[in-house]
Ligand binder design. Structure first.
Ligand code: HSE
Length: 405
């Protein structure tokens, strides 16, 4: 029998207890051994809950119990989740987690500790909810040089953007709905301001390029400034507006960013709606591979955590863990050199009878599509660097700029 402890009995933690109970037979048939939930750590009491008798409040009971060999951490936040994970690994217990904040900030260190103690540190649920992405990147795509990773990595914001685009719903109403459904972070600013997606893209970039970049250091722009007008201009040009985490290599150095982007309708990411996530990987050997599924929510995320529990138990005699180290300044590409096509939206100045030819002259770049609605002008430019965008935007009134994918 293998004893498992659950840290954190919130949305995902309670989902893990449910999956381990409801699919007990399926899981145990795969492992040929019994999997028992011995403790559930939480600050709260859960009167009437079927798992009530397992709830404890003292982490040291788990740490000091030699019968517990696998710990599933779903507490959220960096502390004490990082500290508890580290202590468990040092005590020779495998740790599995959905906590992207801990993986994105401390993943390299925790993997080293796990390796040193011959146990597992696994984090399939930290990116893409229920979508298998970490294990495929480590195993099935291991022979590829990953050219580029682009993904819709946050279910809450994709849900909000979908409802805004299809139902004209208000930002606040949809956010409340997403929180109610258990998609949003406890502080939803992490969702809508892009930090959650930033944590996820640095994890994917670490698997792709071997360097873990601090999520707080990458360019991160959320969805709070997107208006219905922006969505309409984008749709008129044939694009969907989505929050995208993107990583690629420029001159041998890794670049990660999060921002709303215009996705051409021919790109499969454009049709990913609601709470679903999608990740498009471009490998030099395999070509483009798409991963798609529920990106947040209790049972989908718990499904990924439980897959890691199964993996940790099945390979308790030694497991191959992902390899990456903390990135240094030298490993990170200069964001100002990043180049892609753009959509500018800005105010017409005075009575100017602006057309695309005049705009090309004013802006000093080639323009593809062009549209005017009342006082607002929108246009799509050729590819240009971030540095060039700043120069052009500085000349325009009330200007917004979106990247194209
Ligand atoms: N708040 C996250 C999201 C949960 O909406 O995607 C899953 O990581």
């Amino acid at each position: 029998m293998v004893n498992v402890a659950i840290l954190g009995f919130g949305v995902v933690g309670s989902g893990v207890a449910e999956v381990l109970t409801q699919n007990k037979k399926i899981i145990e048939n795969k492992l040929s051994c019994e999997v028992n939930i011995k403790y559930i750590l939480d600050l709260r009491e859960f009167p009437g809950n079927p798992f009530e008798s397992l709830v404890i409040h003292d982490f040291n009971i788990i740490l000091n119990d030699p019968e517990v060999s696998v710990v599933a951490e779903m507490m959220g936040g960096s502390h004490p989740a990082y500290d508890f994970s580290k202590a468990c690994l040092e005590a020779g217990k495998s740790v599995v987690t959905s906590n992207k904040e801990v993986v994105a900030n401390f993943g390299a260190e925790l993997l080293d500790i796990a390796r040193a103690h011959g146990v597992a540190y696994l984090f399939e649920a930290s990116v893409g909810g229920g979508i298998p992405i970490i294990r495929p990147m480590c195993n099935d795509l291991a022979s590829n040089n990953i050219v580029e990773v682009s993904g819709i990595l946050n279910g809450t914001t994709n849900y909000i953007l979908t409802k805004m685009a299809t139902e004209g719903a208000s930002f606040e109403d949809v956010l409340r709905d997403a929180q109610h459904k258990g998609y949003a972070e406890s502080n939803p600013a992490a969702d809508v301001e892009g930090l959650d997606a930033a944590r996820k893209i640095v994890i994917l970039a670490a698997l792709a390029y071997g360097k873990l970049i601090s999520p707080n250091s990458i360019y991160t722009e959320g969805i709070t400034n997107i208006t219905g007008e922006d969505v309409e201009f984008a749709a008129g040009f044939g694009y969907a507006l989505k929050l995208i985490g993107h990583a690629e290599k420029i001159d041998g150095k890794a670049l990660c960013m999060v921002s709303p982007r215009l996705i051409p309708m021919t790109n499969p990411l454009s049709s990913i709606n609601d709470v679903f996530n999608g990740i498009l990987l471009d490998g030099d050997m395999v070509g483009k591979v798409m991963f798609y599924g529920p990106g947040a929510g209790k049972l989908p995320t718990a499904s990924a955590v439980c897959a890691d529990i199964v993996d940790a138990i099945a390979h308790s005699d030694g497991i191959k863990l992902p390899e990456f180290e903390v990135a240094t300044e030298d490993d990170i590409a200069d964001f100002d050199n990043y180049s892609c096509r753009r959509m500018f939206i800005f105010d017409k100045c005075g009575d100017c009878t602006l057309d695309s030819k005049v705009a090309e002259k004013c802006l000093g770049c080639e323009i593809g599509q062009f549209a005017v609605k009342g006082n607002r002008v929108a246009l799509i430019t050729e590819a240009m660097t971030e540095a060039k965008v700043k120069e052009i935007a500085g000349k325009l009134n009330n200007c917004k700029v979106y990247r194209l994918l």
